[in-house]
Design a protein around this ligand. Structure first.
Ligand SMILES: Nc1nc2c(c(=O)[nH]1)N[C@H]1C(S)=C(S)[C@@H](COP(=O)(O)O)O[C@H]1N2
Ligand SMILES: [Mo]
Length: 324
């Protein structure tokens, strides 16, 4: 059972942090005083079909491939984070820097059609719609832990396909060592865009992976969550989920995937390289320069649990980082 850690206060002072964040943290703390919280791994499971019924109406309508069969190899039986909470507590700065706002601000954001350009140092560059990618590679469901650098976490059933399949289809050239991903540039449809630009954010949002990381079976391209297509605030129609890295590596609403020889510098790394380095693997022993990473707050229950190396995926991914 995961150990619940109780602390009198929760301090995460960060550029991400908003009044809403402190409000929620305070509320979670108050709630915690009144109950003996069950651990992440001990709690009865919620979610699945039940949770799907409660999902926000924005994701209504059937779509081919949904719900996808769950891949048993990626389902450790964890309790899912409450769907409503996960869909309304977002980091999507192009919409708003307040976590409770992105889901209210997505009306203008058009996600169909959605061409994704795959290019650079590969033999088979291609531009395909997000839907075509789904059909080409097929969909499955996987239950992953998700850990934000701000020290909150969740357990989410994602729908998607392995990034590796896309990489193989494009056939990387020998010089290709990295992938660079870019989010859509849609100032008129993303209400937070102008403000970010004013504040000096090097938009569009972009991120990178080493090619061997991108080829790891855990690296997922997600087009859905909780059995339905992605909500816009969670990165519709197509995003990355890299569960052993801090959440900001899991870039949303991808329009470009480039094979490169040079290590890309992501948006966060460009702003603060010492706080948001390229690899950004979850590591409880390496504090963020402004707070500890030893403990995380489970976003729906408010429980505090210990953060695990590589977010619990050390057995699968630590081999990527052995010197050799
Ligand atoms: N384009 C884009 N991608 C993004 C972000 C963002 O602001 N813009 N935020 C990142 C951060 S910090 C986190 S924690 C996750 C949050 O994903 P979620 O809202 O689905 O939980 O998305 C990541 N991807
Ligand atoms: Mo994050």
């Amino acid at each position: 059972m995961a150990q619940i850690i109780r602390r009198p206060e929760w301090h995460v002072e960060d550029r991400f942090v908003t009044p809403e964040h402190s409000y929620r943290a305070r509320r979670a703390f108050l709630r915690q005083l009144g109950l003996t919280a069950a651990g992440l791994f001990a709690s009865p499971r919620v979610g699945g079909a039940e949770a799907a019924d409660k999902s926000p109406a924005a994701r209504g309508g059937a779509r081919k491939g949904f719900p996808a069969a769950r891949n048993k190899a990626f389902d450790p039986g964890w309790r899912f984070t409450d769907e409503k909470v996960f869909l309304t507590y977002n980091n999507y700065f192009e919409f708003s820097t307040q976590k409770d706002r992105p889901h209210l601000l997505t009306d203008k954001f058009r996600i169909d059609p959605w061409p994704v350009q795959i290019y650079g140092l590969c033999e088979k560059p291609m531009t395909l719609d997000a839907r075509e990618l789904e059909e080409m590679f097929g969909l499955e469901e996987r239950v992953y832990r998700f850990r934000c650098v701000e020290a909150w976490s969740a357990v989410v059933p994602w729908t998607g396909f392995e990034l590796r399949k896309l990489v193989e289809k494009a056939v990387p050239k020998a010089e290709a060592k990295f992938l660079r991903f870019e989010t859509a540039t849609r100032p008129a449809e993303m209400p937070g865009w102008a403000r970010l630009l004013e504040q000096g954010y090097p938009l569009p949002y972009n991120e990178g992976l080493r090619l061997d990381e991108a080829m790891h079976p855990l690296a997922l391209v997600a087009t859905g969550l909780y059995g339905k297509p992605l909500a816009k605030q969670n990165g519709a129609p197509i995003r990355l989920v890299v569960p052993w890295k801090y959440g900001y590596k899991s870039i949303k609403s991808i329009v470009k995937i480039e094979f490169t020889a040079k290590q890309p510098v992501g948006l966060w790394e460009a702003l603060q390289p010492n706080e948001y380095p390229f690899l950004s693997n979850v590591n409880p022993d390496v504090p963020h320069p402004r707070w500890s990473q030893a403990v995380e707050r489970v976003v729906d229950t408010g429980d505090r649990i210990r953060t695990l190396p590589y977010n619990g995926y050390a057995g699968q991914v630590s081999g990527l980082y052995k010197r050799g």
